[in-house]
Structures are given as C-alpha cells and as structure tokens.
Ligand binder design. Structure first.
Ligand code: ZN
Length: 440
C-alpha cells in the first residue's frame, strides 16, 4: 500500500515529519453550504533527534461550530496517543517510542470564513484567518495527494493544477498530486457554482490561465485588457528583479488563474490562483492591489515562513511586498503615480499618527492593523530606500528572497542582519523605524 512505502525523494536526507499526505474533500449535493466531509491520511516520521511529540495546527473559528469536535475520528497504526485541544486548535501525537506512524482522520468541517467572507456566491477554502481545515505543521513541507468531490454544477479550482478524475452520478472528482513537497498550509481550493460564474479561458495569454467572473457584475472591456497587460508587466518586473515566476519546487506553474468574489476587502494569493473582489476590480481607478497579490508569489506566506505571533511577521509578509508593488508602479505608471501612492500612505497614516492605533511595525505579529502594515510600512521602507538607493534595495530583496524563501523558522532578525551586511547605516535606520525608536 502506497502510504507505507519509503519515499525515495527523502532517501538521502531527513524525512519530512509529515509525509505522504492524502486528503479527500467531499462536498454534499444537498445539505449545508460551506460544509465539507474530510478524510485524510498521513505518515508521521520522527528523525533521530526529534522529541517524542508532534504537534499539528488544526481547527476553525471557536464558538461557531466550525471546529471539528464530536464528529472527529482519529486512528493510527501502530497505536500512538493523541490529544486534541479544542480551545488551542492543536492536535498532538505522542509517539510512545515509535519512529513512524500512519494516521487516518475523518470529520466534517464548516468553513466559517468561507460562509462569512464570500457570502454564498462561492466557497474558497483558504487557510487564512486560522481556519485550518486539515491538520499541518506550519513551516514544514509535505507531498500532497488531494481529491475534491463536488456536484456537477460547480467549478473546482485548486492552488495546484487539478485534473478531472471521475465523473458519475451528478458528482465530479478532481485530483492533484504535488510532484515536490510544498509548504503544508498551501492546500487550497475553490468551489464555484456555474449558475453564478462565467469561465473565460485565455489560451493566448502568456501569464493568465482562466478567469472566473461573476455574471451579475459588469466589468468594462478596457479593464479586462488592463488586467492582462498589467499581469504580464508585473510578472516580468518581479521575475527580472527576484526570480522566474515558475518554480517546480514551490509547485508554481507558469500561469495565474483569477477568481472573483463579491466581498469588498478580501484579495488573496492562493499559490496558482488569486481571489479578488469583482466590484472593486470593475470600479476602482487602478488595479494595483492585484500587483500586490502577484507579488505574494515571491514575498508572502507561501515562501517567507515566519509564523503568526512572531515579532515583525507582517512587516516581512506584507509591508515588503506592498512596497515592491509601489516600485512596480513607479516603473509602469511613472514617478507621479508613485509619489501619489506615498502621499496617500502619508494621509492614511496621518489619521492615526500618535494615537493608540499607532503601533510599531515590529509589533505587527498578526495582520490586524492595515494602516500600520501597509501605509506606515511603505513609508518607513521608503525612508530606507531613499538612503540606500532603489537599485541596491532591489538587489537586497533578491538576496533576502534567495536566502530565506521556503526555509522554516524565519525571524525578523534574519532580515535585518542580512540588510546590515548589505548597507549597515540604512539597516540601522530601518530597524529603528520598524521598532518605533524613531518616528517618521
Ligand atoms: Zn498581502
């Protein structure tokens, strides 16, 4: 049986702690929206010096019936102990001296985020907002073998490219298997009712795969052209300054799929697909926020593995990326546009400057203060960039990305130490601004 076979990829070195991860997500034809039946299996492998305990993050919103509890069954071979801490959303296995165990779990999961954020127009199963609908170890990588089964009248889109595996009885099953171990929180998918969505396939586009548009919201043709042009231009910009877009080790293919939704605030990069608010996309004067999402291919939660709760986590995962999107804008729209972005950051930050909402970037352990993370963050990076020069900053971004992308346990200190090696004076200035020792 495949789950017990040795994984040749890791034969030479240490094994991934969680390997051969197989998950089946099943969406009922009838029944409550945003509920999945989940069955998953994985191997736990302890290396020589590991402790006897393995802790996985697991669960949704407390108090909203979305954390699996009474409907959860867990079995293991050989038998190891486990505890499930509902409040902490933690699943802990005690290996009792065993080096390997095969775990099987089954449960129903209600996605509170999906139900709340996307309000019935679609279900996007994202691991954001601490909704961990399958258990994983943050920062670790695993090979995934995923199937999603849903009624015929839904489109199914995954963070990695799905293929149709089975089609029977009004249900269809899509499948993917990652060819390399990928970050374990990156198993994401969307289920879109075809009654509400129109799928546009863009065979001739160099950078866009499919676009899922909501039928009831009009988007001007010029905006669609702008999307195609800007996607190509920003992928080119980031590829030139950081690394090529595609990367088989990250499971990143060479084209982006866009999925639109009706919520006004939630744009997200979900590895190979980007979810975006269609109202905003149709109406806003520019679509730079999409460049920010494209930038997350390089700078963000899929590559910079600094955990929520760490000092400076959202400076690393968000502010750096936001400023890179500004540098793209300078290149693409010109200096005046860039100056306008800096002005608007100043005016947004000015509204909270000196108030109790005015916190240091270093304190941004969670993404819970947009003005600080995006506006103040961009302003202070801009101060350092004025000192060290744009070209030097981009070279440093490339160094930082090359050195730390995909490495677990990233800390803010790793970032600032590397910057000190590149330009000590600018690093000290930026560090003081980030920690709030000096103000802008
Ligand atoms: Zn972001």
């Amino acid at each position: 049986m495949v789950f017990f076979s040795a994984n040749s990829m890791f034969a030479a070195g240490e094994k991934n702690k969680i390997s051969n991860y197989k998950i089946e997500f099943f969406r009922e034809k009838e029944g409550s929206a945003n509920v999945l039946h989940v069955r998953c299996e994985f191997d736990i492998n302890l290396n020589q010096n590991d402790t006897d305990t393995v802790e996985l993050k697991f669960g949704g919103q407390l108090g909203e019936d979305s954390v699996p509890d009474s409907n959860l069954t867990i079995s293991s071979y050989p038998a190891v102990d486990y505890t499930y801490d509902y409040e902490q959303k933690k699943l802990t296995f005690r290996m009792k001296g065993e080096k390997h165990a095969h775990i099987t779990m089954e449960y129903d999961f209600l996605s509170f985020s999906s139900a709340f954020i996307y309000r019935e127009i679609c279900e996007i199963w994202e691991t954001s907002f601490s909704e961990y609908y399958y258990p994983f170890i943050f920062g670790e990588k695993a090979l995934f073998d995923v199937t999603v089964t849903a009624p015929d009248n839904y489109y199914i889109v995954g963070s990695y490219p799905f293929s149709l595996e089975q089609h029977a009885g009004g249900m269809k099953t899509y499948h993917y298997k990652t060819t390399n171990p990928v970050v374990s929180h990156a198993c994401i998918f969307a289920i879109l009712p075809d009654s509400r969505y129109r799928r546009i396939t863009t065979d001739n586009d160099q950078t866009i795969n499919d676009i899922y548009l909501i039928d009831s919201i009009d988007v001007p043709a010029a905006r669609m052209k702008e999307l195609a042009d800007m996607t190509t231009a920003s992928v080119d910009f980031f590829s030139k300054h950081l690394s090529p877009y595609s990367n088989e080790y990250l499971g990143i293919e060479n084209k982006i799929t866009y999925i639109f939704h009706t919520n006004g605030f939630s744009n997200r990069n979900n590895v190979n697909f980007i979810s975006v608010s269609q109202d905003k996309f149709a109406q806003k004067p520019h679509i730079l926020p999409l460049v920010h999402e494209i930038g997350h291919r390089w700078f963000g939660e899929w590559t910079l593995l600094i955990g929520d709760g760490e000092f400076g986590a959202y400076f690393i995962k968000e502010s750096l990326n936001e400023y890179l999107s500004f540098l793209f804008a300078k290149n693409y729209y010109g200096q005046d546009f860039f100056d306008g972005l800096i002005d608007s950051c100043q005016s947004a930050y000015g509204k909270i400057k000196g108030s109790d909402k005015d916190r240091s970037l270093y304190d941004m352990k969670y993404n819970n203060n947009n003005t600080i993370v995006y506006n103040k963050g961009s302003l202070i990076i801009n101060e350092a960039v004025k000192k060290m020069g744009e070209e030097q900053w981009l070279l440093f971004m490339k160094d930082f990305y090359s050195k730390y992308a995909g490495k677990p346990d990233l800390k803010y200190e790793n970032f600032i130490e590397l910057l000190k090696q590149a330009d000590e004076t600018s690093a000290i200035l930026l560090d003081d601004l980030i920690k709030g020792k000096i103000n802008i």
